[in-house]
Design a protein around this ligand. Structure first.
Ligand code: MG
Length: 446
């Protein structure tokens, strides 16, 4: 970054391109595609809901599709963003934020074709939730549930291979030297990193599951890791373990359900089994979010399914992980802050309890693209700007982002690497084939 510029001079990201399986879409083209798919899903729910709930909810389902169709129309015709009308716990701060944006915009309306992309995309998912919140009987409905469950089932082959391997590693873990532990940790970091390729929001809800063995792909994928700070992760955890005489807490801020969630739980299981963590706190979403993000319900559903499977490795870990959650060595949190429009530099001010709570961890992992965008404020950084600087003071604990690139913001690259990668693959910033493992140590730490 030009040293004469201050952090406030770095502009927001106002548009973005995605390469979907079927076309290049700008984000504003993609939002209506996602909404159309949700409308179809809700429309088809009518009979299913009648069978499951024993009541006729067709009027309320019709209300939901009506609200979603209205939202789609508003996006496509660049109408002003509106206040939320439901009574969820976060409604007031969303509306207050809208008020603040209007003030900043000199009272002119906030519109779909010109406002900051991070805000608009988050707002769209919050409006989808509003369409459900305004019903009486369907408040708990997850309009993306079917897609998430299908994605898990499609990746069952890959889950079997991975968990069979994990079972073997966990069995041998006690005898590992610290070098062997470091090697395995790097492997599970990379598994969790590439698990992040599976994202239904990038494919506009169309199938994007892991169907092949991820372990066999690690060597092939390794050259696509553009920045790799994994040695700092390993050092930090080993040092903390040594200084304190015992392992501490590690947090994982989750991204997607399905195969990616399995890879995150594998990382967590390895950290516990290798005595590099004594507890793991997971952070998921309180409402359905960006199509495939993990809610408490998604985690509970997956563990139930795993326990009922007749594959030994899958059912073993299904039961073990459920037990860990029951006994409290694993904890699931779902603060409303994760589904707010705010980037993480605002967490200390907006959600101080959460910021302090993350401070209890030896290390916090942030999974995926949206968390990355919120870490760096979704601004137009130069790719060679440092990751630590782009966090703009957000440092509750040492932290590490594991992210496959799916949107056009990236920092922490060596000079010339962005240009070289662009030359090799013009879609490198958006197609999920390239990744970063970026680490930040607390400032003042030697
Ligand atoms: Mg996601």
């Amino acid at each position: 970054m030009d040293p004469s510029k201050t952090l406030d001079d770095v502009p927001d990201n106002l548009s973005a391109k995605y390469k979907d399986s079927f076309a290049y879409l700008t984000v504003r083209d993609r939002m209506p595609v996602i909404l159309t798919k949700v409308v179809d899903t809700v429309y088809r729910m009518k009979n299913k809901m009648r069978d499951e709930c024993g009541e006729d909810t067709s009027d309320e389902l019709k209300d939901i599709t009506g609200r979603l169709s209205k939202l789609r129309f508003q996006i496509q015709t660049d109408k002003p963003v509106e206040h939320l009308e439901d009574s969820r716990t976060d409604t007031q701060f969303w509306n207050q934020h809208h008020q603040d944006l209007l003030k900043l915009n000199n009272g002119k309306p906030i519109k779909w074709f010109s406002a900051a992309w991070l805000y608009l995309e988050c707002y769209m998912y919050r409006r989808i939730q509003e369409s459900v919140e305004l019903t009486h009987k369907l408040k708990g409905l997850d309009v993306f549930e079917e897609q998430k469950r299908e994605a898990y089932h499609t990746s069952e082959g890959a889950v079997t291979t991975l968990l069979t391997y994990l079972l073997e590693v966990v069995g041998q873990c006690q005898g590992y030297s610290s070098e062997e532990k470091a090697d395995k940790l790097k492997q599970f970091l990379e598994v969790a990193l590439w698990g992040n390729k599976c994202d239904l929001s990038i494919s506009a809800g169309f199938s994007n599951s892991q169907t092949t063995c991820i372990l066999e792909q690690l060597n092939l994928l390794n050259p696509n890791i553009l920045a790799d700070d994994s040695q700092h992760v390993i050092q930090t955890l080993q040092q903390k373990r040594q200084t304190r005489g015992q392992a501490g807490r590690v947090d994982i801020v989750l991204d997607n359900a399905g195969f990616e969630l399995v890879t995150d739980l594998c990382l967590a299981e390895f950290l516990m089994s290798a005595d590099l963590a004594s507890s793991i706190h997971f952070h998921g979403k309180a409402i359905p979010w960006f199509v495939s993000d993990v809610t408490r319900n998604d985690l509970e559903w997956m563990l139930q399914i795993m326990m009922g499977t007749n594959n030994l490795a899958i059912s073993t870990f299904g039961a073990k992980w459920q037990e860990r959650l029951k006994l409290g060595s694993w904890v699931f949190h779902d603060s409303d802050f994760w589904t707010s429009p705010f980037d993480f530099s605002l967490m200390k001010k907006r959600a101080n309890d959460l910021y302090s709570d993350l401070g209890e961890a030896d290390l916090v992992f942030f999974k995926g693209d949206l968390n990355y965008r919120k870490l760096v404020g979704d601004k137009r950084w130069d790719p060679t700007d440092s990751f630590s600087r782009s966090l703009r003071g957000f440092e509750p604990a040492p932290l590490c982002s594991l992210r496959a690139l799916k949107s056009d913001v990236v920092v922490g690259l060596k000079p010339g690497l962005a240009e070289k990668t662009e030359h090799h693959d013009k879609d490198w910033m958006i197609n999920g084939k390239w990744a970063v493992i970026s680490f930040h140590q607390l400032s003042g730490h030697s």
